[in-house]
Design a protein around this ligand. Structure first.
Ligand SMILES: [Zn+2]
Length: 138
């Protein structure tokens, strides 16, 4: 939305994505989705949607994990992490667990969609988009 923040989600297989919604990202449903018929599984801010609904016509960008720090320093913030990803089955189990049990309310600074995705992937909630934002203020 507005091009400032990319949206992050966890692909859990079967063309489904679990993501943290938020004030800035309510998926719209302009027309019935051919893939899922606009089927949504929602628990508070956590939502499971099909990949087409998630992308809303945008292209996929894969967030890289475990990249060397020297490379990380030269990359666009919010596209990668130097922390390695957990194995896929653990990542998916974490995302599904949050869908069932809920995640803390969305907050742009402390708890955004990137936090959710990175936390599922690594067990550490770090948002480099917010790190950048914080650095600018300081
Ligand atoms: Zn859909």
């Amino acid at each position: 939305m507005g091009g400032l923040y990319d949206h992050h989600g966890i692909y859990v297989g079967d063309d489904m994505v679990i993501h943290l919604q938020g004030k800035g990202k309510k998926l719209s449903a302009p027309s019935p989705c051919n893939k899922c018929g606009n089927k949504r599984f929602i628990n508070g801010e956590i939502e499971k949607v099909c990949i087409d609904c998630f992308l809303e016509g945008e292209t996929v960008q894969i967030y890289d994990y475990g990249i060397p720090f020297i490379e990380f320093a030269n990359r666009k913030l919010g596209t990668c992490s130097s922390i390695p990803s957990k194995p896929p089955h653990e990542v998916i189990a974490t995302a599904v667990n949050y869908l069932e049990k809920g995640f803390a309310p969305y907050d742009m600074i402390s708890n955004n969609c990137e936090h959710f995705a990175v936390y599922c992937k690594t067990g550490t909630a770090v948002s480099h988009q917010v790190v950048l934002h914080t650095c600018n203020i300081l």
